[in-house]
Design a protein around this ligand. Sequence first.
Ligand code: CU
Length: 181
Amino acid sequence: MTEDNNNTNRNGNKEHHLGSSSSISHCRKIRYLVIIGIPTAIAVIALSVLLGAQANEQERQQERVTPQMVLHIHPKLSIKVDGTNVTLPKDIGISPSLWKDHSLDEYGMPGMAPLHTHDDSGIIHVESVVDRNYTFDEFLDIWGLDLNDKAIQISANGKPVNSLDYVLNDGDNVIMEIKQQ
Ligand SMILES: [Cu+2]
């Protein structure tokens, strides 16, 4: 009886061994994870790093193609010829016939001089890829307006302006009076 009990104990031990055979299948799971899981994880990480690098390269190329605008202000210009209001044309610095001086083109957004008009509201758009001063004279040069033999009077925000080198500011109200001679 005692022997039988011992056998049962041994059986019990065997059952215990069975328990450790389930830990062998646990080992297989780990080995499976190592063989399949780790290479998959490495591949996923490598792919996302590669895609990330590609996205960065695309961003960099886009920046090269479309430079960033760092200055964007809107002075307003009103023109009077012999006392009569004259509309400032649209597309100055955009349309070839209204874009005569190209010396500042490198500072403008693609297809536009840094000083231009989009409509006939009198608003001058200063849109520049560099932060610099732009003068009223530079706008007139881009436009190609011929002021030879004409007397001009300029005021900005109600104050007389004595030089065409007047630096344009955001929200300026510039009035140019032209007298034909
Ligand atoms: Cu603008």
